[in-house]
Design a protein around this ligand. Structure first.
Ligand SMILES: Cc1cc2nc3c(=O)[nH]c(=O)nc-3n(C[C@H](O)[C@H](O)[C@H](O)COP(=O)(O)OP(=O)(O)OC[C@H]3O[C@@H](n4cnc5c(N)ncnc54)[C@H](O)[C@@H]3O)c2cc1C
Length: 387
């Protein structure tokens, strides 16, 4: 590894601000990524398999338990996401779906019984959850969803289909968003209930090491206690998504840092023309400088968002601007690095190409770039331009 990569990439000396405790957690996650994730994740990506063997050590890090107990402040959490996504966007996503979307929904909208039943084992990752919002015909506009819940004696019956759901086929429980009396509500549904079927979506060329699937519900009966009483509208789902988007804002900084780190190291070794390393050419250094500036900007946005979050001052427009900007910049950095690695940039021996294609998912899910730009546009103009 490039010995001083962290120092090189930390141009504005942001790391100097982190506490000893934050530094220790970052080190721990970085070690995990270097020793366990990077050696195997490329092969899982190639084979379209879930990296089950690195989950036990991820569990031991106890990250979700720390989040659930309130022991992790937003900046530390962000740094953890940054380090994890330096390894793999798909891996970071596994954690943020479980932590922010599923545990977040249970914590914010669930009953005491939901919390007691699910949070401990979701936190230790001994149980898996998934978050079913998107439908085959309703992605950017989830309010149009067709999934319905109707009251029956002793509970509810749910019917509908959800698509592109992370961990669908792994999950023990699903947070299912459905219309009840015309209002969007959340239900906790065990995935072994009669009428509940899951199917893997195969053939993805992005997020290949993440499990993505469909939830198919045909008159699935759940008890009255399955309803998350405090979920009242699509706004409740958006609250969970905003926490998950915070993970993305930091995570993609890590993916971009990983790309630049690998590319600088490669081009300092790779020699073309007059026996000189490619890193000594002006055009190459110009690209390095541009990427370093973008990554610094992304990190400053993430840090400011974390500060607002710590003060409970985050507005949706803050999250949208950060998600839109950081994902776009990260993918531009990854594409530039891919190009700078020449032919090796398309080979799985290097991580840049995988990071680049995984970032295509991150650009799209949890609100596409267009949708977040419309939220920023509405803030600037007072005009809602979604429809
Ligand atoms: C790997 C992966 C994992 C995912 N995991 C989950 C999950 O766990 N749970 C879950 O619920 N969902 C999940 N999703 C779904 C994801 O959130 C949706 O794909 C996303 O919201 C976009 O919806 P869509 O794919 O239907 O695109 P569409 O909404 O069909 O959009 C297509 C294009 O049209 C653009 N567009 C849409 N509306 C407008 C407009 N008004 N103005 C201008 N442009 C517009 C979009 O920006 C996009 O470019 C996942 C997706 C992927 C790829």
């Amino acid at each position: 590894m490039l010995q001083s990569a962290e120092t090189i990439l930390d141009l504005y000396e942001l790391d100097a601000e982190w506490s000893e405790e934050q530094r220790a957690i970052v080190e721990q996650v970085r070690r995990y990524v270097n020793n366990e994730v990077l050696p195997c994740i490329g092969e899982h990506h190639n084979n379209e398999t879930f990296p089950a063997e690195i989950i036990p050590t991820l569990k031991q890090l106890g990250l979700l338990e720390a989040v659930a107990s309130g022991d992790m402040d937003p900046i530390t959490y962000g740094l953890v996401m940054r380090e994890l996504e330096r390894g793999s966007s798909a891996l970071r996503s596994i954690l943020s779906v479980q932590g922010s979307l599923v545990m977040g929904a249970v914590s914010m909208f669930g009953s005491d019984e939901h919390k007691k039943t699910w949070l401990p084992e979701l936190g230790t990752m001994d149980k898996w959850g998934c978050f079913g919002l998107t439908e085959p015909d309703f992605g950017s506009n989830p309010s149009g969803m067709l999934t319905r819940a109707e009251r029956v004696s002793g509970g509810y019956k749910i019917s509908g289909a959800k698509s592109w759901i992370t961990n669908a086929t792994k999950a023990d429980m699903a947070v299912v968003w459905a219309k009840l009396d015309g209002k969007i509500r959340a239900f906790v549904v065990e995935t072994d209930r009669k009428g509940f079927e899951t199917r893997d979506i195969k053939g993805k060329w992005s997020f290949r090491s993440s499990s993505t699937g469909q939830l198919l519900m045909d008159n699935v009966e759940v008890p009255e206690s399955a309803l998350m009483e405090k979920s009242t509208s699509i706004g409740s789902a958006l609250k969970c998504l905003n926490q998950a988007r915070y993970s993305i804002v930091w995570g993609v900084v890590g993916a971009a840092r990983g790309c630049l780190e690998e590319t600088v190291m490669y081009l300092k070794e790779r020699v073309q023309f007059d026996g000189k390393p490619l890193a000594s050419h002006q055009l190459i250094q110009n690209k390095f400088a541009w990427m370093a500036a973008e990554i610094t900007g992304m990190e400053l946005i993430a840090k400011r968002l974390g500060e607002l979050k710590a003060q409970d001052q985050v507005k949706p427009v803050h999250v949208s601007l950060a998600k839109m900007n950081n994902c776009r910049k990260a993918i531009e950095v990854a594409r530039t690095c891919r190009e700078l690695l020449g032919a090796n940039g398309i080979h799985s021996e290097y991580h840049v190409g995988r990071r680049m294609v995984d970032l295509e998912t991150v650009l799209t899910y949890e609100g596409t770039e267009h949708i977040h730009s419309l939220i920023v546009g509405q803030h600037l103009t007072g005009i809602a331009a979604y429809s």
